[in-house]
Design a protein around this ligand. Sequence first.
Ligand SMILES: Cc1cc2nc3c(=O)[nH]c(=O)nc-3n(C[C@H](O)[C@H](O)[C@H](O)COP(=O)(O)O)c2cc1C
Length: 174
Amino acid sequence: MDFIELCQSRFSARSYTPQQVEREKLEYILEAARLAPSAVNFQPWSFLVIREEEGRSKVQECYHRDWFKSAPCYIIVCADHSQSWKRKIDGKDFADVDASIAIEHLCLAATSLGLGTCWVCNFDPEKLRTNFDIPANLEPIAILPVGYPITDPSEKQTNRSRKPITDIVRWEKF
Ligand SMILES: Cc1cc2nc3c(=O)[nH]c(=O)nc-3n(C[C@H](O)[C@H](O)[C@H](O)COP(=O)(O)O)c2cc1C
């Protein structure tokens, strides 16, 4: 599969089989995240993998969707504001940019293994912080459900259109 085919294959999976994800596959996708670039190579991120029942319930309390409960595994990706680069000229903190790059590495690596993922950001951050004792310097950026997707081709088509390239790319000037 070439890279564009991999990008085309990735989709937001919102239904999973109960089959647990093998630890080696999780280690593979976490390695892909570890290799992600970051501002000044500060690597301001942290990944919490949840597979056990108690933790899964605590994750599900933070995002109430039936489909979300079907995931056998979740990865909570946090940005570490105590380690991130802040641009001198205006103080912009790149923590969530860096974490987001790592998240997409996770998603694409998972796709390459036949696994499904979905970025979830519409969760209750304070509840998540409380449920997992997330330290103050860490900001949860996304919860990624990970599992073997039940691919419903019609669902896969929902809201997946992309803007034409001519609408988004300018060459040389705006
Ligand atoms: C930053 C970000 C936040 C998202 N948050 C959610 C979310 O909370 N719940 C959800 O179901 N999908 C979420 N999505 C998935 C998008 O809806 C999805 O990527 C988009 O519709 C394109 O579909 P595709 O991923 O299947 O290509 C999020 C995606 C991104 C990049």
